[in-house]
Design a binder for this molecule. Structure first.
Ligand SMILES: [Zn+2]
Length: 202
């Protein structure tokens, strides 16, 4: 048994002991929403890029149709991606009592602090069954979203939903066909009206 396996075994034993008193927090999207807005504002920092590739891996792992081999592969990539992080733990008083908080190393830059907090927040999703399956990209802008209220949510905003609705080629064709039909019907109606007027004036 290597050092890592020993640590894992220790963790599993502790976790089994703690299970009874574990309070599970309700699933909440405020943490991930904060991460998404940071990614939108700072898409090109190395920290944002790493967090985005972590997100991609988590989405992959949350996929329902993922085969056994692909799952093992995604898990191995996630482990490799997480290997770089060296968390330090500290305790802080909060409204819920004293809590342990995982932090970046002392002297870390603001971007690094953000990255550690983001990774921590994303890994917290693993505590909730099915949470990873709610992580996805918006079908319009490809920005991230967390489908908290509706598991089939496809867009990050009403604007993105409307945009795709107005610009989707298939829908656009249908809309044009409808407009053309309305136009043709209006034309017939107008001609009929004209004819009727002509009839009357005659
Ligand atoms: Zn969007």
């Amino acid at each position: 048994m290597d050092a890592e396996q020993r640590q894992l075994l220790l963790f599993l034993c502790m976790n089994a002991n703690n299970r009874k008193k574990k309070i599970s927090d309700p699933l909440d999207d405020t943490g991930v929403a904060g991460i998404f807005s940071h990614l939108q504002q700072h898409p090109d920092t190395p920290q944002s890029r790493r967090v985005e590739s972590l997100l991609d891996l988590l989405v992959l792992l949350g996929g329902v149709r993922l085969g056994k081999a692909d799952k093992a592969n995604a898990l191995a990539r996630l482990r490799a991606a997480l290997d770089r992080y060296r968390f330090r733990v500290q305790v802080f008083p909060t409204k819920q009592g004293i809590q342990a908080v995982y932090l970046s190393a002392r002297g870390a830059s603001t971007d690094e602090q953000w990255e550690y907090a983001a990774v921590n927040e994303l890994l917290d999703l693993l505590k909730h069954e099915g949470a990873l399956a709610r992580l996805r990209r918006c079908e319009t802008c490809e920005g991230w979203l967390f489908a908290l209220r509706r598991s089939d949510q496809k867009f990050c905003s009403d604007a993105c939903r409307q945009y795709l609705h107005d610009n989707h080629p298939e829908k656009k064709t249908k809309r044009l066909a409808r407009l053309r039909k309305n136009y043709a019907e209006d034309k017939v109606r107008a001609e009929n009206a004209k004819r009727r007027v002509g009839y009357r004036t005659r």
